[in-house]
Design a protein around this ligand. Structure first.
Ligand code: GTP
Ligand code: MG
Length: 355
């Protein structure tokens, strides 16, 4: 890790210097006001992971080729191909004629929803053993829910992670508003950890002020330490994490920012259901961390198939904690229940709608 101290008349100028010299992935280690030649200025210590590619030097054609050949996702692509071939071999074994007409129809629905080959094969094997078995009893064993909010979670500190624009800030505000509505005396704290993105930070601050909730920010290690010290006095702490860039991993981010060993913290992965299966594999790799405790599905109203929800539940083993189905902040999220997921898969019925 390379560390450097930056001094500038204002914080904004200091951030610009850091961005220009160390790039977007620089981590802020400390931020304070100091005196220089009798006038006040801002001193920021920033660091960058040495193993991260040097964004200032333009790569040569050979660099690009070397990088491509050494790319760590090579084996992943290979494994993806092998899996595809195994599925192609298994496919003829999956003779739907061996199922009862009702089971067959349910399997066809799952295929329509783009449920993955491995998941379908597992469902098929369970159903083939018993012609009377309902598909829902099989699916019930494949996905779990743990509704966000209320008494289902012992941990009080919840962070929202996920790709850029997946709906992290909106989900956080929705959960906070719902919690406040259900329990008006609850002492809730909203935390912006998204220092680089002014918009999300301002929205969070605005809703915290409007709804009588506390608002904190963290950029430096000292901010995180202060939050950890005072977290105990809140009933619920909700942290808005920034999107992770394509080269980074959530676990490293949590580690660098001093959050990985925080027992009270549960991270919720905010995802949209309309990415291709390869993209989900990449997300699961990038956001893999022992702190990740559930998946929140957002933008369900924009999706045309819902198989990704079941595929991800099977691949990750993570429970589904909340479902969001509208761009507004009110009445657009619900704590997840299995029944809602089966209704989406078989009836394309969104939570909160009767049709
Ligand atoms: N249709 C629909 N839009 C949603 C939903 N959830 C969030 N959005 C919209 O998606 C956009 C991005 O949401 P944000 O909450 O800002 O996403 P984010 O993950 O915090 O984004 P960054 O902080 O920029 O990474 C906003 O315009 C939201 O209104 C949803 O369930 N349905
Ligand atoms: Mg945001």
């Amino acid at each position: 890790m390379r560390m450097k101290t930056f001094r500038a008349p204002t914080q904004t100028v200091a951030y610009e210097m850091i961005k220009a010299e160390l790039g977007e992935d620089a981590v802020i280690l400390s931020n304070k006001s100091v005196s220089e030649n009798g006038s006040k200025c801002c001193e920021i210590v920033a660091a960058i992971d040495e193993s991260a590619p040097d964004i200032t030097a333009a790569p040569t054609r050979d660099d690009v080729l070397d990088e491509a050949l050494q790319a760590s996702n090579g084996w992943q692509q290979e494994w993806g191909q092998i899996k595809g071939q195994i599925m192609a071999l298994l496919r003829p074994q999956m003779n739907l004629e061996q199922l009862s007409p009702r089971q067959r129809l349910a399997m066809e629905y799952l295929e329509r929803e783009e449920v993955g080959g491995e998941v379908l094969f597992n469902v098929f094997c369970s159903l083939r053993e018993d012609g009377k078995r309902s598909i829902l009893s099989v699916l019930d064993t494949m996905a779990t829910t743990k509704p966000l909010g209320g008494k289902h979670w012992q941990r009080k500190v919840h962070a929202f992670a996920g790709p850029h624009g997946s709906g992290k800030t909106s989900s956080l505000i929705r959960v906070a508003l719902q919690e406040k509505e259900n329990n008006p005396t609850a002492n809730i704290c909203l935390v912006s950890a998204d220092g680089s993105q002014g918009k999300g930070r301002l929205i969070l601050k605005h809703y915290a002020e409007l709804s009588g909730m506390a608002h904190r920010e963290f950029i430096t290690h000292e901010d995180v330490a202060a939050l950890r010290r005072e977290a105990g006095r809140f009933d619920m702490v909700l942290i808005d994490l920034p999107g992770i860039s394509a080269q980074s991993h959530l676990n490293e981010w949590l580690d660098v920012h001093g959050l990985l060993d925080w027992q009270e913290l549960a991270v919720h992965l905010v995802l949209n259901p309309y990415f291709c299966s390869r993209q989900f594999e990449i997300f699961m790799e990038r956001y893999k961390s022992p702190k990740v405790a559930s998946v929140i599905w957002t933008k369900l109203d924009e999706a045309c198939t819902f198989g990704a929800i079941l595929n991800t539940a099977c691949a990750s083993g993570l429970p589904i904690s909340a479902l969001s189905y509208g761009s507004g902040l009110k009445n657009s999220i619900t704590p997840a229940e299995k029944e809602m997921i089966w209704r989406m898969l078989f009836m394309r019925q969104l939570p909160g709608s009767d049709n």
